[in-house]
Design a protein around this ligand. Sequence first.
Ligand code: BES
Ligand code: ZN
Length: 639
Amino acid sequence: MIGPQQAGEVLHTPSPVPFLHAFSFYLAALLLLMPGCQWFSEPAMHKPDPHSYSNPHETRVDSLHLTLKVDFDTQTLSGTADWFPVAGHAPSLILDTYGLDIHSVEGDGRALQFRLGAHDALLGQALEISLHQPTERVRIHYSTRKGARALQWLAASQTEGGQHPYLFTQSQSILARTWIPCMDSPGQRFRYTAEVDVPPGLLALMSAENPTETRADGRYTFRMDQPVPAYLMALAVGKLEFRPLGERTGVYAEPVMLDRAVYEFTDMEQMLATTESLYGPYVWGRYDVLVLPPSFPFGGMENPRLTFATPTIITGDRSLVSLIAHELAHSWSGNLVTNATWDDFWLNEGFTVYVEMRIMEALYGPDYAAMLSAIAYADVSEEVKSLTAGGQERKTRLAAHTRGEDPDDGVGPIAYDKGYHFLLLIEKTIGRVRWDAFLKSYFQKNAFKSMHTEGFLSRLDSLLSAEEERRIWVQEWVYGTGLPVNCPPPLSSRFAAVDSTLNSWRNGDSEALPTNLDAWSTHEWVYFLRRLDGQDSIGATELDRRYRITGTPNAEIGCVWYQWVIRFAPPYANQRTFTDALEAYMTRIGRRKFIMPIYKALKETGQADRALSIYEQARPNYHSVASHSVDALLGWKVD
Ligand code: BES
Ligand code: ZN
């Protein structure tokens, strides 16, 4: 059987005594963990990726050519994946696959032997291809099956326009293997080209150089000249149109959404210029955003050259554009310098939240950015509290241990907001001038490389003086649990104003409340609603009468509101208008971050049955990433 990469088995020179390598690896880890230890040298060997079967240290592949036919009737992709050149002396090339039908494999035109390993529910199957001699090109004829987890096939009725079907992929973290046989590890990069055939009238887009016009024959070609890891492979097909925003930026959306999207994202070109002035040139050419249908399971996904974004950030008042700043920031942190394994995920996300905040501050000022920062602080504090209470303290570490677990489960405030606060503390300790210079050169020197937590720590060690390291408590932040007490505290004057409004209202002064919903930004509303508790529940009717929050088109505000009403205002939660709005929300929106807490609120208030009946309606609209999480939460039996 071919197993996932184990410590000690993935060295440049295969060792006859793997145990020794495993031992020295653990010794290195132990030394790094020793309290007060200032020894940060990089590990002498590559750490294995516990989420990939592939053998990159024996056999390398540098580029991919895909030829795919997109068939909406059978909901399958079929065609070929060419990997080349295949270098190394190993007798085989091992790729990750999940649920793929492998029809045949050729090496330079001649049939090659292959076998598929045992199926693992998390990792799928290793595809082991025998190589008898140096091979220029390995061609795999394959197709996906119905249910391939990265793909969501939407019927016309599930789109905004309602006339044409839609397909999109979501490959992060380990779902690229469900539509491409590949080395599905963030530590492995490749360039790619693709030919994609779609039904006439639809536009196809990838994380690559993209067309701006629909082609009558439905035939598209793509190229991505910079090497990218597999989790950044992306494809979308739908009735889409393009509109430029600036010289290097633009937006793709369904025609009915396009005007609204253009209005919302008008600052994108400036965001790009700002980030370049902070952290060096944008190396990917264009930066465009594709607005997806509301079932997109994330807020955004940083597919190179083409961020995928949820339509729930289009609120009409540009109040959620920090999400664009975030995905754009990944063009440096993540896409350029990439977490080597999913255990190092905080390097992708913590850095990206930090850069996002800097972009937001530069564009909208410190008071605005302080609100986002305070929300990040509240999120991580709550997460630490709840993980600790649930006996899951080990999940509060930045350096994670995700072997055997789905890396998607680690998407949350620890990697993002604890990571961000750690970097903010460094900034505050050493000053922006030195910190920015460090970051700029970090991105430049490590461009197109992968980074382990230890690799970053060794670079950080050469930046900081011993005195600074003592003040920051680097080891505790990275390897310790919880939120260290030297965490910079949140300071937001705009939220302080919201607090005083809330106090006045609690003291009976309704006039203190804003006159209408537009008087506050989304962030102020979210902050306000999150502060409400059981005492305030008598105000549910008044708040809704004034602001009509139930049924609000602002999904971010809706998410907090629905949770609060469910948890604290049960009579109100049972009224027809509320239940109808809630069901509509849960069925339309598939963004995991929004739907999960609402299902959780229902479950934790003894309404698991109600949660299940809503879920039964909504589940067919969700992407597998979202339904996987909800299945587990509600104990849904998958047939
Ligand atoms: N890369 C992530 C999304 C992701 C992470 C997908 C891990 C799968 C596994 C993306 O950059 C992200 O962080 N999205 C956030 C938005 C952000 C503003 C915090 C989201 O989707 O909520
Ligand atoms: Zn991110």
